[in-house]
Design a binder for this molecule. Structure first.
Ligand code: NOJ
Length: 559
């Protein structure tokens, strides 16, 4: 089988709103992408995935689409989009768009018609969304159809008075879920998809892809995620899109879907299946939650880092997909904190731990996604005021914290540690005002670290994080990293992260200490013939090595 372009690609995830503001309004835009194309070229990435660019009231930064056929005024014009695609293609860089099919904005004309019984097209569009009649309690008070909990913290139902019904939204209340059982709706989304393909995009990242189907019996449950996640029928919908649109038009797809079993993963990305080419899963993303926390749960409760959990997740997806489908690796996206703050150390060992994270991730097999700012070691936000935050999810969670008795300081620290805004602060281009991102106050404050952590400072330093990302990316293709076979060494060791990746011409050996303390590594294997490729420390390879905090080394042995 001929190799597809994406099989050994490095994909750059570009959060357009915070990438580069070319027109001086404080918001990143397509002209900014064009002006900074050289950054993608310099870094050596093969593709750029642009976060949603559609017309939107921006309740969820564009994941709430009000018109799929228009570009948000914040980001530019359709001409800018076309120019960006053409320019990227001139440099052999592919363009990937974010395809949001699970929901629209409540400001989408479909939903406006659906809500209003007097709208001339009400009949047609009402059924594009998911409705339930109210329930009533013993006192005759109107209550929600179920207690299902939305991903953003509140309930999933909101009331629409004109029709006396509740509509379903598994994200914010401004993001009503679409009814995938409605053929006309599906056909309209197919037309959208085809239109985007005809614009010249090379691929899609399919948002929230495992939520398309719901349990239409609407049983009561709390939080009830199983009633709107990974239900069997969503595969039928995806398969239909793959068969009719993705495959025939040769567009690459990466589907966002957590928690897939082997059987499911094969349906999504199996070489013989039509749904996607690759799966974006989250197994490694929140391996530091405190499940015993009394105030909050899940990702909001920060606990100890579970290094074994991270390794197990990568091993699991590698092993599960080996031979049946192509794997994908990444540290984080726009929904998680900055990886160097989250899994590394953004203080004393900022650079060293960023390099450790670079070596540990990018020598593993699979197509790689690098998230904007990761390549210069950007760190979490330092905001001290609630009004500094922007994410819709933050405000619900802040209220949740306070209502459960947490102090303001406690809640603010949780937001600085865990919120999605951490990954969304403006890119730090230089030490100029506003980090060189804009000439005016940005839509979201720049992080105070920018005078020292910025691209300009790193471009000239051959040992910088940025320059080492470049080196590693160029090595990935040369050494066939993406196609190799991953084996962890002492997978159940709680502190180190060591593995071999058997590639065509030899073996990569990565040895790393994930902790801020000395760690002993015992290598019960033949060590002759390994040469050092990269290192962030002074170590020589031997059967017993005492690694200092965040020490990491990459070796290669030719066969
Ligand atoms: C997943 C996206 O990554 C996230 O940012 C967004 O809020 C939800 N899907 C809803 O579209």
């Amino acid at each position: 089988m001929n190799k597809a372009w994406w099989q050994d690609a490095v994909i750059y995830q570009c959060y357009i709103r915070s990438f580069y503001d070319a027109n001086g309004d404080g918001i990143g835009d397509f002209r900014g992408l064009i002006d900074k194309l050289q950054h993608f070229i310099d870094l050596g990435v093969d593709a750029v995935w642009v976060s949603p660019h559609y017309k939107s009231p921006m309740d969820d930064n564009g994941y709430d689409v009000s018109d799929y056929y228009q570009v948000s005024d914040d980001y530019g014009t359709l001409e800018d989009v076309k120019e960006f695609i053409a320019r990227a293609h001139q440099h052999n860089i592919k363009v990937i768009f974010d395809l949001v099919l699970n929901h629209t904005s409540d400001e989408h004309p479909w939903f406006q018609a659906a809500c209003d019984p007097n709208h001339p097209e009400h009949e047609r569009y009402h059924d594009y969304y998911i409705w339930q009649p109210p329930k009533y309690d013993a006192d005759g008070n109107r209550i929600k159809p179920t207690k299902w909990l939305s991903w953003f913290g509140g309930g999933v139902w909101d009331y629409n008075e004109p029709t006396d019904e509740y509509y379903l939204h598994i994200f914010s209340k401004k993001m009503p879920d679409l009814n995938w059982r409605n053929e006309a709706m599906k056909n309209d989304l197919k037309a959208v998809t085809k239109w985007l393909i005809d614009l010249g995009v090379d691929g899609f990242r399919v948002d929230a892809s495992n939520h398309l189907e719901k349990n239409w019996d609407f049983p009561d449950a709390y939080p009830g995620y199983e009633h709107f996640s990974s239900l069997p029928k969503h595969h039928e919908y995806l398969e239909e899109f793959g068969r009719e649109l993705f495959r025939p038009n040769n567009v690459m797809t990466m589907g966002e879907a957590g928690g897939a079993s082997k059987e499911e993963a094969e349906k999504y990305v199996g070489y013989d299946h039509d749904e996607f080419n690759m799966l974006i899963q989250f197994g490694h993303c929140w391996q530091d939650c405190d499940w015993t926390n009394q105030i909050t749960t899940g990702k909001w409760a920060k606990g100890d880092l579970n290094v074994v959990g991270i390794k197990e997740s990568f091993a699991h997806f590698h092993d599960m997909l080996k031979g049946i489908g192509h794997n994908l690796i990444y540290w984080h996206n726009h929904d998680q904190p900055r990886v160097v703050s989250h899994y590394g150390n953004d203080q004393e060992y900022w650079k060293k731990s960023a390099l450790m994270l670079l070596y540990t991730l990018y020598f593993m097999p699979g197509t790689a996604i690098v998230y904007q700012g990761e390549e210069i070691g950007m760190i979490n936000v330092d905001y001290t005021d609630l009004s500094d935050f922007r994410d819709v999810e933050v405000f619900t969670e802040y209220d949740n914290f306070r209502s459960r008795g947490a102090s303001h300081e406690y809640a603010m620290q949780a937001l600085r540690d865990r919120s999605r805004d951490n990954a969304r602060s403006p890119f730090q281009w230089s030490s100029e005002p506003y980090a060189g991102f804009s000439t005016t106050i940005p839509w979201m404050n720049v992080v105070g670290s920018y005078p020292t952590i910025n691209l300009a400072a790193q471009q000239t330093d051959p040992t910088s994080i940025f320059n080492q990302y470049k080196t590693v990316f160029s090595m990935r293709k040369k050494r066939g990293i993406s196609d190799g076979t991953l084996t962890f060494i002492e997978l159940d060791h709680p502190d180190h992260y060591c593995y071999t990746n058997k590639v065509q011409e030899g073996t990569i050996l990565v040895i790393a200490n994930f902790r801020n303390k000395e760690t002993l590594i015992t290598l019960d294997m033949e060590l002759d013939g390994y040469e050092e490729l990269l290192s962030n420390c002074q170590q020589s390879l031997q059967p017993n090595m005492i690694l200092q905090p965040y020490d990491a080394i990459v070796y290669f042995k030719k066969e």
